[in-house]
Design a binder for this molecule. Sequence first.
Ligand SMILES: [Cu+2]
Length: 506
Amino acid sequence: MSKPFSRRRFLRTALAAGVLPILPESARGTPPAPKRLVAGTRMLEVNGRPAKVFGLTGPDGRSGIRLAAGERFRVELVNETGTRALVHWHGQLPPWTQDGFPWPQTPPITNGAVQSYDYAPISGTYWMHSHHDMQEQSLMTAPLIVHSAAELREDREDVVLMLHDFTFRTPEEVLAGLTGTSVAAAQAMAQKTEEIPADKGDANVPEPRIVGTAARVQRMAMPGTPMSGPGGIQMHMDLNDVHYEAFLANDRTLADPQIVRVERDGHIRLRVINGASSSQFWVDLGDLVGRVVATDGHPVHPVPGNRFPLAMAQRLDILIDLPRAGAFPILARLEGGGRQTGIVLATADAPILRIAESAEVAPPVDLSLEARLMAVEPLPPRSADIVHTIVLGGGMKPYAWSMNGEYWPQVSPLMLTNGQRVEIDLVNRTMMAHPIHLHGHSFQVIAIDGRPIQGAVRDTVLVMPMARVRIAFDADNPGRWPLHCHNLYHTVTGMMTEFRYQGIVI
Ligand SMILES: [Cu+2]
């Protein structure tokens, strides 16, 4: 009898023999054929009922794309959805015309058409999702994993855990319910995402502050804005706009969870992706202790723990070393609700117990982890050339969300010049937390509520109710780039703006 296949032993041997593609492609000659990624539809069973959803299936038949270290993102996206579609490579830094946002220059792909992409990806845990209509809610989402040579040397089992919120209603029905309007009106609202932002030249928009190179950047005083934190005001906070019928972990509920078989002394890199449209979770490792080593794909100094908050669109890489044989549920607990989903890591023959889908009510997701994160590769120290303040506004009644008092697409683009160090002060004047995502750039979190930190480099940051977060990035990717709340229903009711580089012809 041959011994069972050991992935780790294979990796060790393959690395020693130099047969894994860890060299840059330029050193390997002919580039490989593009990877085929099919956007299509598929059937799931949720709560015992059939559900037709979208899917993004890679060349290996699995959801999404996995790239070897050094491999280019060379992908042919085939649209077999029966409708128009467009896929955004969340957190990646491609040229803006390959970003998968529905600018007039890069419209959605028609049914039956193929779109090619070719750029140098950054390594880490990323994901992809439709940026057309509200297809993201209907599960047009998938992992995008870019391996690195360092990771291969680590010799860990890779486990991806992708989270979703699920409803049998159409997203248009959900939006109609939130906004108190008809499904047709909701559909028209969602399609506004693809309208061209008009430069209104609105005098209400705060002027960016141009900062002299020698000047020290001062925190802007915001009189009248209650701050959270010790001694702060007890506030009512809105959570979970949408009631969901189920929460999915790798497309399954806890009634029939995915069982991931792992080695007895397993060393695991757990990649958790919050692909939910309007839900945030606490990742709960139960008895296990893990170490967060990357957020949104970017390495951070390890933070140990067994419960970590995860805002919409964010990712966590958590290293786990199994202490013994057994079955280990990895749960995602909905903030502010007593519901959970998850997968089970299990060694061979470990009995699997049924896990309840309801649990104790979890608190709101917060910045307790964010405040502890430190980037392994922070931005080079430099003072800001320009500071933009973006005020997050809106509320539940009427259901509409804004940036600087403007509602997409009636927004004034914020102008950038190539080479600038940019700081953005995100000021939340609402009673909801907003996960804010910038396309095409990795930013560093440099202050929470005015307290400076050398925080994580990432692509999505949560701004708590009546609180503020400051981020910094280098303007090094000319183009048109959206900045928006990643709560899908906030995006489509207006909470999005544009950063536009000087000199970009539109
Ligand atoms: Cu929001």
